[in-house]
Design a protein around this ligand. Structure first.
Ligand code: TYM
Length: 330
């Protein structure tokens, strides 16, 4: 079976962008591929954070992964810091990575500009190297991500090729896989920006655990465009985003939805979008409720994932260290 690997950071809460752009597609792959899904806590410390919240978010995300359909008996769910190998490989790869390439990463530029404490740690710059290590450690064939991570996966490919050329053929060069719809869900308050956990305006972001009432409120107050037609288009970023969300939540095409809402006002359309989102999230929230307090169960899932992941990681690190010329451990 081909290997899939992808991860999400346990910072803040998972939102609709993470679900439509990521988790839902991951769940559709678990029968056909060997899948590794990570909760990357080491990535989450690249910006200022609160340790207790990180720990809590790690468990919450695990429960949400499972609730979104990532059945732990069919895939490997792991916590990055539980596996020895991610940072080790990142070090070796980092020594091959030109600083300039890291400085040019769009996300680094965005995040370092936004960081108002004025402190930018080396971790934030090195973050894409750690991400490359996450992928290469398991020799992933394919990396499903939303549009915003594409550049990082390309860097990973460059580093894999560079390592293979510098030492010898070691890593598979992974392919990026971007879903057709939902790859770029926008903020409800600023449809030119992506929906993001780090957005200062929380009402632009629908979290997977928001109550139906909150979801309706956020969608009703979504920024819309001039005119009153319900149709997608460059001149209508707000409505286009709502149509994308509607389409992602129901599986219906945007054209089909445009037809249904021809002549309709924004109000009833938004209510229908809210209904669709509430319906799509209902089973996830129910499953989450059932498991999220069962710490022993969640720990056992992490343990099971770590056993498989650690074996793979150890094998890869041993190979990499040998090629790098490190003396063997005796
Ligand atoms: P993160 O935690 O920001 O997001 C997790 C996944 O959700 C996707 N996503 C979106 N998709 C559509 N619309 C949006 N508004 C939206 N916001 C987020 C992201 O593209 C991602 O697929 N660096 C990564 C985590 C990571 C990783 C990896 C991913 C670490 N190591 C190895 C793949 C492979 C990140 O910060 O994702």
């Amino acid at each position: 079976k081909k290997v899939i690997l992808t991860c999400a950071q346990p910072t803040g809460q998972l939102h609709l962008g993470n679900y439509f752009g990521a988790l839902r597609n991951w769940a559709s792959m678990i029968d056909d591929y060997e899948c590794f899904f990570g909760i990357v806590d080491q990535h989450a410390i690249t910006l200022p954070y609160v340790p207790a919240e990180l720990r809590q978010a790690t468990y919450r995300n695990l429960a949400l992964y499972i609730a979104c359909g990532l059945d732990p008996s069919k895939c490997h769910l792991f916590c990055q810091s539980h596996i020895i190998g991610h940072t080790e490989l990142a070090w070796v790869l980092g020594c091959l990575c030109p600083i300039g390439q890291l400085e040019r990463m769009t996300q680094f530029k965005d995040k370092s500009q936004r960081e108002d404490s004025g402190f930018i740690g080396a971790g934030l710059l090195n973050y894409p190297v750690l991400m490359a290590a996450d992928i290469l450690l398991y020799n992933a064939d394919r990396v499903p991500v939303g549009e915003d991570q594409k550049q990082h996966v390309e860097l990973c490919r460059d580093l894999a090729i560079k390592f293979n050329n510098t030492y010898s053929e070691t890593f598979r060069v992974p392919e990026v896989y971007i879903p057709k719809t939902g790859a770029r869900i926008k903020s409800l308050q600023d449809p030119l920006k992506k929906m993001s956990k780090s957005d200062a305006n929380q009402s632009g972001c629908v979290y997977l655990l928001d109550s139906p009432k909150t979801i309706r409120k956020k969608i009703r107050s979504a920024v819309t465009d001039s005119g009153s037609e319900v149709r997608a288009g460059k001149d209508k970023p707000g409505i286009t985003n709502l149509l994308t969300i509607f389409s992602s939540a129901t599986g219906r095409s945007v054209e089909d939805l445009e037809k249904q809402f021809e002549g309709s006002q924004y109000g009833p359309f938004k209510d229908a979008v809210a209904d669709a989102v509430i319906n799509a999230l209902e089973p996830i929230q129910a499953k989450y409720e059932e498991i999220h307090n069962d710490k022993a169960y969640l720990d056992s899932v992490f343990k099971q994932g770590a056993e498989v992941a650690q074996k793979r990681a150890y094998k890869m690190i041993s190979k990499v260290y040998r090629k790098a010329g490190f003396a063997p451990r005796t």
